[in-house]
Design a protein around this ligand. Structure first.
Ligand code: LLP
Length: 430
């Protein structure tokens, strides 16, 4: 369910015509819907309400300050994996006490920033990280609550690049080593091992792997308590899938029932880290057709968005539904088209042989379900400036990230001091 649909044949985000935004900000741009973000948050929070969970939005899915703030205002905390994400969450008004700091390779500086800000919990993923965190916290005279992220060796049955809970994956500490790791944690200064964390992957469309993982976590929790550890919290990670095409991901109510079933009896505070489920369908990427090129056996629709703006099709062969700016009238013949961007790679293809209405230069064409892992994974490849982001609420819209200027695109580069800068207009360093 989202709030991008057609009115009188024109694509709208809530009560704002996409064409109006395109006119004002240019293309390509990301467009997010407040009503959709709100709805998704409320459905999830409602389904889990009896467990009073801490819903820590996985900021990596979409870290625009306005998006984080929209969710924070509804009560969400944040799951962050870098100092940059921590700063974004704090800047958007998430209280430190509602921030979980995850990540497989936090630097000492990042661990120090977690301690300094007094985050709710650090999820530790290796023994060396545990030792480092203990030293850092002890040196500051602070104690820090931690979870150990456990790798339960469960296949999430999702795209292999986003499956994280198999024993060959780099994440977490193997479940069979967890008891020893907690013993070490308890023996270290300034470390309170109060929680167990797990996250087995993203875009899960079945509850079965979740159930298997959470049952292992429940067993582990009991084993840890038997060793005298005061495990009071569980962090169940994110991973709930969403429909991109014809997937039928678990309903939040069914997910909640499974959580109750597997870990509900332990009396632990529950945290979850949903990303995609909250923001995926709340965003679209809007492009404009530059040219139609009739090939020998195919029609290429060349748009002004590219893999640098949305890399998911190139990286994961992901499907994003097409939303033409003008709704095809009933009976319009749909012809297959390859929807491609201007970047110099064959992988810069949004869709292959996809049924599309007749399109002409200047038409708007949007890609659906681009709110998660879209803008955050963009780059300036081919020296293309980062696209702007727009947030809609009812009949209002705001640019919540400006289009990067060409000056900003060049600003961090400089010539080496042995280079002649005549004509280049560039500063030398030093
Ligand atoms: N917690 C942890 C520790 C994570 O690693 C992730 C995602 C999440 C929570 C949120 O998962 P979600 O609820 O969004 O599934 N770029 C890929 C997805 C990478 C997911 C990385 N970790 C994509 O575009 O599909």
């Amino acid at each position: 369910m989202n709030h991008f649909d057609y009115r009188n044949g024109e694509l709208y985000a809530e009560d704002v015509a996409i064409a109006r935004i395109a006119e004002a900000v240019g293309t390509p741009f990301y467009c997010y819907s407040t009503a959709t973000l709100t709805r998704h948050y409320k459905v999830l929070a409602g389904a889990l309400a009896d467990m009073k969970p801490m819903i820590c939005y996985a900021v990596k899915a979409n870290s625009n300050l306005a998006v984080i703030k929209t969710l924070a205002d509804l009560g969400a905390g944040a799951d962050v994996v870098s100092e940059g994400e921590l700063r974004r969450a704090l800047a958007a008004g998430v209280p430190p006490g509602r921030i979980i700091y995850s990540g497989v390779g936090k630097t000492r500086e990042e661990l120090a920033s977690a301690v300094e800000h007094g985050v709710h919990q650090v999820n530790v993923e290796s023994l060396p990280e545990l030792e480092a965190l203990s030293e850092i916290a002890a040196a500051r005279g602070a104690a820090i609550d931690i979870a150990i992220r456990v790798n339960p060796n469960v296949d999430a049955e999702t795209h292999h690049k986003i499956s994280t809970g198999r024993k060959e994956d780099k994440f977490g500490i193997a479940i069979e080593d967890a008891v020893a790791a907690y013993a070490r944690a308890a023996a270290l200064p300034a470390i309170n091992p109060v929680s167990v964390a797990v996250h087995i992957g993203s875009q899960l469309t079945s509850l079965t792997p979740f159930r298997a993982a959470f049952m292992r976590i429940a067993e582990l929790t009991q084993a840890l308590r038997a060793q005298g550890h005061d495990i009071r919290r569980l962090d169940l990670g994110g991973g709930l899938g969403i429909p991109y095409r014809n997937e039928t991901p678990p309903a939040p109510a069914d997910y909640a029932a499974m959580v109750r079933d597997t870990v509900g009896g332990l009396g632990c505070e529950i945290a979850i880290e949903p990303g995609r489920m909250l923001v995926g369908n709340a965003g679209i990427l809007v492009s404009r057709v530059i040219y139609i090129k009739e090939g020998h056996d195919r029609r290429f629709v060349i748009v002004d968005a590219a893999m640098n703006d949305l890399i998911r099709p190139a990286l994961y062969e992901s499907y994003h539904a097409l939303l033409p700016g003008r709704e095809p009238t009933p009976g319009t013949a749909m012809e297959p088209a390859d929807i491609v961007g201007p970047v110099c790679e064959t992988g810069d293809t949004f869709a292959l042989g996809r049924p599309a209405p007749p399109l002409v230069t200047g038409d708007l064409l949007a890609f659906a379900t681009a709110g998660a892992y879209g803008a955050v994974m963009s780059s300036t490849y081919n020296a293309r400036p980062l696209a702007p982001e727009v947030l809609v609420k009812g009949d209002a819209y705001a640019v919540v990230r400006k289009r990067q200027s060409y000056e900003a695109l060049l600003a961090l580069d400089s010539l080496a001091d042995w280079q002649d800068d005549r004509g280049a207009g560039r500063r030398r360093t030093g």
